[in-house]
Ligand binder design. Sequence first.
Ligand code: ATP
Ligand code: MG
Length: 140
Amino acid sequence: MTDIKRILVPVDGSETSDRAIEEAIKIAEVYNSDIHILYVANINQLAINACLSDAILEAVTKAGNEILEKAANKVPEKLNVITTSETGSPSVTITDFADEIKADLVVIGSRGLGLVKGVLLGSVSQYVVEHAPCPALVVK
Ligand SMILES: Nc1ncnc2c1ncn2[C@@H]1O[C@H](COP(=O)(O)OP(=O)(O)OP(=O)(O)O)[C@@H](O)[C@H]1O
Ligand SMILES: [Mg+2]
């Protein structure tokens, strides 16, 4: 890991993903990396095609944009920040996205908004650490 050009930080609006952003910023400041922030709306694509009302879609999109904006606002102006919102399965979408942007590092929270306590990794961080095409840093 000699150069870190692109850091991917998947965010779900949890406090742990806020800490992931903070760690990513520290690394990006050393390497002058671009920070890609990704939010995945966990909606089944079939449901979207079939019958999700415009009002529901709008609310989901708005919530996602707020999470992205809040995360992006933490990044100092001198760093390049790119925000993206996707729909689908968070774990697979995050992994595919890391591949797509040729991320050099993924910085992800250990846990997120899930309610189950007592396990170190959530299902998303566990999948991403296992399948990401690059090194992953898990922030507690
Ligand atoms: N929908 C999402 N979009 C983008 N990043 C996400 C999303 N969900 C989780 N993440 C990332 O993964 C990290 C771990 O969250 P994860 O969902 O694995 O834990 P959890 O919510 O506690 O458990 P689970 O979802 O399995 O009940 C978060 O801190 C965040 O960085
Ligand atoms: Mg979760």
